[in-house]
Design a protein around this ligand. Structure first.
Ligand SMILES: C[S@@+](CC[C@H](N)C(=O)[O-])C[C@H]1O[C@@H](n2cnc3c(N)ncnc32)[C@H](O)[C@@H]1O
Length: 190
């Protein structure tokens, strides 16, 4: 079993390149973000939690749907950019957090895990699922989006989605794949 990737792995990546996945410029990422928000329909959220916000590009789009948004990342280098990019949005807060080993008190009606679950070991993913369940209000939404082609990460995108779909604490609302990424919307079971 591969362990979860540590913060130093991501700090090294961001030190080499401030936007390593081209979140701010790639047409693929822009289309995926549009699809991600489309999966939420026209819902608006009182209190949302974004895990692994990176440099805050998707954060900015998600923020338009939320009265309040807490966005966290393991890498302080990524977070510094996210803070700067969203400095004009007072309802968005950023914290450095290594999820799920670090967490916080809270009650959210949406949690977003976009391209972050496959960096965790399976035990840490299970702990993340439990924490998400604890942090969500009844019928709160958990949206997962992950690349599903081959990587050398601890888990595959499909393993992340299958594990959460098999968790009795959640019910599937949407589960679809483009061949490049999978998008699964879950609702906290009552
Ligand atoms: C590929 S980026 C995804 C960014 C964004 N969610 C998106 O979809 O555009 C993954 C981010 O997750 C962060 N990350 C990885 N493991 C994490 C963990 N255990 N807790 C919090 N953030 C983590 C990394 O630092 C990185 O910024």
């Amino acid at each position: 079993m591969k362990p979860s990737l540590p913060g130093s792995y991501f700090d090294d990546i961001y030190r080499r390149d401030p936007d390593p996945w081209r979140f701010a410029s790639s047409a693929y990422e822009a289309a995926k973000y549009e699809d991600t928000l489309k999966a939420l329909g026209d819902a608006r959220y009182d209190s949302a939690f974004e895990i692994g916000c990176s440099i805050g590009v998707l954060t900015r789009q998600l923020a338009a749907r939320c009265a309040s948004l807490l966005s966290v990342d393991i890498s302080p280098l990524a977070l510094a950019q996210a803070v700067e990019r969203n400095a004009d949005l007072p309802h968005v807060r950023f914290e450095r957090m290594e999820f799920p080993n670090q967490s916080r008190e809270g009650s959210f009606d949406l949690i977003l895990m976009s391209e972050v679950g496959y960096y965790l070991s399976m035990p840490d993913l299970d702990q993340a699922a439990q924490r998400c369940h604890d942090l969500l209000r009844t019928e709160g939404a958990l949206l997962l989006v992950h690349y599903v082609r081959e990587t050398d990460y601890p888990l595959t995108g499909d393993e992340v989605h299958e594990r959460l779909l098999a968790n009795p604490g959640f019910q599937a609302v949407t589960d679809r794949s483009t061949g490049d990424y999978r998008l699964t919307l879950l609702r906290k079971a009552g």
